[in-house]
Ligand binder design. Sequence first.
Ligand SMILES: Cc1cc2nc3c(=O)[nH]c(=O)nc-3n(C[C@H](O)[C@H](O)[C@H](O)COP(=O)(O)OP(=O)(O)OC[C@H]3O[C@@H](n4cnc5c(N)ncnc54)[C@H](O)[C@@H]3O)c2cc1C
Length: 270
Amino acid sequence: MNTVDFLLIGGGIIGISIARELKSRHPDSSVCILEKEHQCGLHASSRNSGVLHAGFYYTADSFKARFTREGNQRLTEYCEAKKIKLKKCGKLVVAQNESELVWLDELMIRAKNNGVPLKSISVEESRTIEPRAKTYQRALFSPTTSSVNPIELVKSLLSDAIQEGVQLKTNVQYMHRLGERSIKTSDGIFEAKYLINVAGLYADKIGKDFGFSKDHRILPFKGLYLYSEEPPSALKTHIYPVPDLTNPFLGVHFTITADNRIKIGPTAIP
Ligand SMILES: Cc1cc2nc3c(=O)[nH]c(=O)nc-3n(C[C@H](O)[C@H](O)[C@H](O)COP(=O)(O)OP(=O)(O)OC[C@H]3O[C@@H](n4cnc5c(N)ncnc54)[C@H](O)[C@@H]3O)c2cc1C
């Protein structure tokens, strides 16, 4: 039997970040990450747009708004300190028609309430920032949105975690709950004072074993990106559509990667 103080199920960016924070707050406690794959961060954490969002999509009273704003600042500082490539290209949110202008206004309100810089700009100003972007009457420009290489970021966070004393067990899969504080894994039984469920798309299943998320189910979507063959820097900023704020997607967008490549996506295939 393996016994630890804090046991995290899932070695994505969230699991690694929480493990580091726990270790820094409780240096004398043992913190261990279980990851079912042969290495960390192989799922959503390395297969995303790599955008450090600014924090204007969510209402200011939500954790998401606060965490996005603070996360943008802290990850920017982290990447600069660690010399991880950061593309500070900003982002345009463009409208297609009259009906979308109201949502631009709503995003401005959310940005203001959350203390996030966001500018409402004219069609001409939008063209100056990115000549190829089209917008209806006006657009928004977010100067603090940027992009990183998510694989590089996860690698660096994990290396810090290990150096700080976090234990990592790869190829170990959570199977099911055994008792109040013990679980069965593919590598035997683990007992922990605290179990942290950070298993990404499988978090609902683990949650159910412990009496949570009875009425919730994760509905996974597959997202595809298409890389442009245009030369690097052919686009100057990220371009996003006005989101439908009633669903969780930000819409198909053009992003500039930290390596100056351009990609469009993601699709959302249930
Ligand atoms: C297409 C797409 C684009 C996105 N773009 C952005 C973006 O530009 N900016 C942004 O901030 N966010 C973006 N996101 C969201 C972001 O990628 C996720 O919020 C983040 O990666 C979630 O990290 P995680 O650690 O919770 O999950 P994951 O990365 O999925 O990690 C969970 C880990 O748990 C492990 N695991 C699962 N089950 C078990 C088990 N039984 N036992 C042991 N281990 C297990 C998995 O192997 C995995 O490594 C995007 C997401 C998608 C899908």
